[in-house]
Ligand binder design. Structure first.
Ligand SMILES: [Zn+2]
Ligand SMILES: [Zn+2]
Ligand SMILES: [Zn+2]
Length: 122
């Protein structure tokens, strides 16, 4: 006697559509207070003029036989390192090793700067 069709259908599929229909900006950073988007104190403390680049490419990648995807330049000491899309992320490693907070793109035609402390463009 094997008549047991175990049919267990759950009709809860429609409930899987849980979307936060919050509209615009559910978490806007209103807690930043005095330091606005361009109020990064780290970039204000950078040396002026900007330090010269210490290398043409990421020397740590060269030592490892890797190819940096894009290059970043530390604006505190001029250290050249590779971006977070590169295998070893030497620019981020440089920040962790030295505490130098601000770098900029070392790619031709790019001039944006990134503060690791603020984790934002500055
Ligand atoms: Zn900063
Ligand atoms: Zn590298
Ligand atoms: Zn540096």
């Amino acid at each position: 006697m094997f008549e047991g069709y175990r049919r267990k259908r759950k009709h809860s599929d429609a409930r899987a559509r849980e979307r936060r229909a919050g509209g615009a900006a559910p978490r806007s950073r209103t807690l930043v207070g005095m330091s606005g988007m361009h109020g990064c104190p780290h970039s204000a403390a950078l040396p002026d003029p900007e330090p010269e680049a210490l290398a043409e490419t990421c020397p740590e990648c060269v030592a490892l036989g890797q190819h940096p995807v894009q290059l970043r330049k530390c604006l505190v000491c001029g250290h050249i390192a590779c971006c977070d899309s590169s295998p070893s992320r030497h620019a981020t490693a440089h920040f962790h090793a030295t505490g130098h907070p601000v770098m900029r793109s070392f790619e031709p035609g790019e001039a944006w700067r990134w503060c690791y402390e603020d984790r934002s463009l500055v």
